[in-house]
Design a protein around this ligand. Structure first.
Ligand SMILES: Nc1ncnc2c1ncn2[C@@H]1O[C@H](COP(=O)(O)OP(=O)(O)O)[C@@H](O)[C@H]1O
Ligand SMILES: O=C(O)C1=C[C@@H](OP(=O)(O)O)[C@@H](O)[C@H](O)C1
Ligand SMILES: [Mg+2]
Length: 255
């Protein structure tokens, strides 16, 4: 085979690949529609593993297997992106304690006609313990695990909702991945001075220690919130303004 012949062959294969891929995307959108109706999450790790294993079993050349694996994985990623852009998603609010996640979240949910969950409240109800006691007696790691479990429950069983997370929810990489896979992540930013003006320190376990601690927490976490979010919104004026800003930033389907 000379170069020209090889290129002709490649062109013919690409034509088939593109046609097949487009067809696959159409089915993917059909699945998105069914999942939306039946309230099933886009990301199903077990199903993905099965698809990957099954498709790799068709590969004849062991030398080429890892390339095919990369190809299938990128198909799965593109498919999820496509579904996400066509389905209503959960909206996760992240940010410092006192930034306004709960307050803005409630108003946003009402504006959007969506359910609202406050992660701290969900965990307290589920465990029958206060957040303060969980952190003190079970430890912070156990609490981060509770947060992961609570979000897993919501994304697996609830209609797309607005979820106000706790200030430290982003500390778990697994939880971050889960939130980004199953929704749109909004960083609610509020100046520390404004936070301090509003907060009732007595009911914020991690904030009780000192003002310096809050500033240190802010310095430490700010880059993380920025990295984790899809979009950052300033909660500097009224709650209604923040809601409006979030709605304007949402992808079309989420709106
Ligand atoms: N834009 C705002 N205007 C006035 N008060 C606000 C605003 N955003 C938040 N607050 C107040 O700040 C405090 C902390 O807000 P909250 O929603 O509980 O924060 P988070 O859930 O992020 O910890 C509450 O008393 C709330 O009413
Ligand atoms: O920043 C944190 O690590 C925490 C913030 C709290 O939520 P808020 O951000 O709603 O105060 C609560 O989840 C817990 O006390 C831990
Ligand atoms: Mg809160």
């Amino acid at each position: 085979m000379n170069l020209q012949e090889a290129r002709q062959k490649i062109d013919a294969i690409d034509k088939e690949l593109v046609k097949t891929f487009e067809e696959r995307l159409k089915v993917i959108l059909e699945i998105a529609r069914i999942k939306e109706q039946e309230n099933i999450s886009i990301y199903e790790p077990q199903r993905e593993q099965e698809v990957l294993a099954k498709t790799l079993s068709y590969v004849e050349s062991s030398e080429l297997k890892s390339y095919v694996s990369q190809f299938v994985e990128s198909i799965l990623d593109i498919s999820k992106t496509c579904q996400k852009q066509h389905m209503q998603q959960h909206i996760f609010l992240i940010g410092m304690p006192g930034a306004g996640k709960t307050t803005v979240g409630k108003a946003l949910a009402q504006h959007q006609g969506m359910e609202f969950y406050d992660l701290d409240a969900v965990i307290q109800e589920k465990t029958g313990k206060s957040i303060q006691n969980i952190i003190i007696y079970d430890g912070e790691e156990a609490f981060r695990n509770d947060e992961f479990e609570a979000i897993t429950d919501i994304v697996n069983h609830k209609m797309p909702a607005v979820i106000a997370t706790g200030g430290g929810t982003v500390l778990s990489e697994d939880t971050v991945n889960l939130m980004r896979e199953s929704g749109f992540v909004v960083f609610i930013h509020r100046d520390v001075t404004q936070i301090l003006d509003d907060l009732d320190m007595e009911i914020r376990p991690l904030l009780k220690e000192s003002i310096e601690y809050i500033f240190r927490l802010y310095e430490e976490r700010y880059p993380l919130y920025e990295k984790v979010c899809h979009v950052k919104v300033q909660n500097a004026s009224t709650i209604a303004d923040s809601v409006e800003e979030i709605v304007a930033a949402l992808p079309n389907v989420v709106r």
